[in-house]
Design a protein. Sequence first.
Length: 291
Amino acid sequence: MNARLLYASQCFLGEGPCWHPVRKSCFWVDIENQRLYEYQWPEGGSVRQWVFNHRVTLVVIDQDGNLLLGMEGGIMRFDPDTGKSRWLLDLEKDLVKHRCNDGGVDRQGRLWVGTLHRDFIKGVASLYCIDEDLVPQARISNVTISNGMAWSQDDTKLYYIDSPRRRIESYLYDAATGHIEFDKVAVQVPDGVGDPDGMTIDEEGMLWVAHWGSFSVHRWNPRNGQLLGTIRVPAPNVSACTFAGESLDHLIITTARQDLSPEQLEQYPRSGDTFVVHLPVKGTPAQRCRI
């Protein structure tokens, strides 16, 4: 199965795709260029862009339909209709070269967001859980590149990726408190398929994972670790994916130009663009954040 071009975004580091069911649009970011995109659905719709004063890494939806953005140094609320923003909280703001990275919202409306050091120093970052009190609680420490996460449909498991570990970890998840406990390695990524990056989950409980350096998104079974399928992308550094469309049967895929030489960029000119593929399986609806 092959992905096709959705929009020639040419992102240096495309990330964080997020489907907004009310606006019928898909958002994503270009982290290093501090840019937010909105692509109006269906395909062929208008595209809007905003540029910020900080790196922007993550997009989720709040209960009013506005956006919560993971930034370098914290979390910001943003209204795409008015362009108005409000800084909500600091997150590792005083740690030099630290920034937010990937994240998600659980079914209770809590925001989960991970961090990294921009030089990818091993074990200095964390995964945080943020509730209505706006106090970040570190749930996983000694993280290097905090990336994809997804919750099982029965709300008993959190699946999580710290990319350099090259595996998808399963955590026992307490929905009432947000506490987690390591369960097992759900998927050990073999050599030759790139590093696992962004992740989403479908209605069958299978994980769709963007693999950096592999030209692909893979579908994994977290129950037995088996590889179930592959989507080919015409760009080596595939960064993230999410289900989109009114039926949640399209997968939006972001890519990056980062880490590619001029020769590689000439060979793979679609690097940094945003792609889409129609799938026979549907995703699960994104949750709204209550903070």
